[in-house]
Design a protein around this ligand. Structure first.
Ligand SMILES: [Zn+2]
Length: 457
């Protein structure tokens, strides 16, 4: 048993922000240089071109080269192709099409949903991080158009913020990562512009399913959606903080990913404040991380701090009301998380057993060894602490006698690569497998020892 090398102070205070939330993660100079290359003007130029196509509605014109979603996707594809040519073919750029039925439409038409995808293969091509935004737009909040407003595909729907900003940030990340890491990172990274988000997350549902069917392990699925507005309707301004939405349960992979993103973002850009929100998404809203979360993957949504619903899904979602310096800061936040996590080994599956020899005061934590992990660390937090408060070095073993009372907290295990990068944490006890994750855990031969069942399950 190693000593606690880091003991954090009291849990993070929302008012003072005093506690250390960086989880012992470290700054990588090569990644910092890449993030420093993220350009506000590149992001602005991409969004400007997207808006120039008039509408990018999922059912809009696909033949014109100047108007509609077809023009938009060909533009995105050629932009990514250009980055790939510049890095010696390091990106694999593809259209990811699927014929899908528009369920909410009275005629239930089949529509070709086409994501635009660029793969940056890693040394381990079976593990993938997905960094996405959606390039389709709508004016579905126009109440004067009646119930079919969702499917109005000819009138202007600029979608400059929703989600021209997220798409432009993802395209810029593809440029910077391909330029700085042309040989890839440890895991593969997929940069994707989704279609069909506004009608029901069609593109992301398709890609998540496709990746699972093909047997990829999803390290993380991020969506940037609505990341460029800094002025609320009442005039309140916030250009220095962003929200990240990490789904329940509190010991599940999305919540662990939120803690990881909070830590890395704080390390790379301490003046840009992160507000973690511990729920799937805003109330009654959704995003392209959800289909992954439903399949048991770690998913996260990045969103501006102050939304203005008078400029969403309306012709007023225009270019003039986007703050591109702010979008660039979100992209830098994305880059810090993606770059750190893509260089780390996989997280271990970990379990806990009450230690009888200590009269139940201690716990034996065990885990499965991970290829590429040099050592392991065990973390601990009290249940009311939003992030981990202690880090123990466990060394090159697969068990650790936890001196803390696990009845009163959460532990977690993570692997440390020989390059010093840390994996996501696996919480102990883990959540019990759900219907969607049970097959995976049985296939892996997992013993779900002392798992925590969600109430009502
Ligand atoms: Zn959106």
């Amino acid at each position: 048993m190693g000593p606690a090398t880091v003991v954090f102070g009291p849990p993070m205070s929302p008012t003072t922000g005093a506690a250390d939330v960086t989880l012992g993660l470290t700054r990588d100079p090569a990644l910092a240089a890449a993030i420093g290359d993220i350009s506000t003007s590149e992001i602005r130029a991409t969004d400007s071109t997207l808006v120039s196509f008039g509408t990018r509605h999922t059912m809009s014109d696909t033949l014109s080269n100047t108007r509609g979603i077809g023009a938009a996707r060909r533009y995105l594809f050629s932009k990514l192709q250009g980055y790939s040519q510049a890095c010696g073919g390091c990106l694999r750029v593809e259209y990811d099409p699927a014929m899908m039925e528009m369920r909410g439409h009275p005629d239930r038409p089949m529509v070709n949903i086409v994501n635009v995808v660029a793969w940056l293969p890693g040394r381990d091509t079976t593990r993938v991080l997905v960094m996405g935004g959606h390039y389709d737009s709508c004016i579905c909040a126009r109440t004067d158009l009646g119930p079919l407003a969702r499917f109005e595909a000819t009138q202007d729907a600029p979608g400059a913020d929703d989600d021209g900003t997220g798409t432009s940030a993802v395209i810029e990340l593809a440029r910077v990562f391909s330029k700085h890491f042309p040989h890839g990172l440890e895991a593969s990274v997929i940069f994707v512009a989704y279609s069909g988000e506004e009608e029901g997350l069609y593109g992301s549902t398709h890609l998540a399913q496709r990746l699972h069917t093909a047997g990829y392990k999803i390290v993380s699925a991020f969506t940037d959606d609505i990341v460029g507005n800094v002025v609320a309707d009442d005039g309140k301004v916030d250009s220095t903080s962003a929200r990240i939405f990490g789904a329940e349960p509190d010991n599940g992979p999305s919540r662990e990913l939120a803690r990881y993103a909070w830590a890395t973002g704080t390390i790379y850009n301490p003046t840009f404040q992160i507000l973690p929100v511990f729920r799937l998404d805003r109330i009654s809203r959704g995003g392209d991380h959800s289909p992954y979360v439903s399949l048991g993957d770690p998913g996260l949504r990045f969103t501006e701090r102050l939304e203005n619903y008078k400029r969403q899904h309306l012709p007023t979602d225009d270019f003039a009301h986007v703050n591109f310096g702010y979008v660039a800061n979100i992209a830098r936040l994305n880059g810090s998380v993606v770059g750190t996590l893509a260089n780390a080994p996989a997280p271990p599956a970990a379990f806990a057993r009450r230690d009888q020899a200590s009269g139940g005061q201690k716990w034996m934590i065990t885990w499965r060894p991970i290829p590429g992990a040099a050592t392991y660390e065990v973390l601990f937090r009290r249940t009311f602490s939003p992030t981990y408060e202690k880090i123990y070095q466990a060394g090159d073993t697969t068990s650790f006698l936890l001196p803390d009372q696990l009845d009163d907290g959460w532990a977690a295990v993570r692997s440390v690569g020989s390059n010093g990068h840390r994996s996501l944490t696996s919480a102990v006890p883990p959540p019990c497998p759900t219907l969607s994750t049970r097959a995976d855990s049985v296939a892996a031969g997992d013993l779900i020892r002392n798992c925590i069942r969600a109430p009502g399950r």
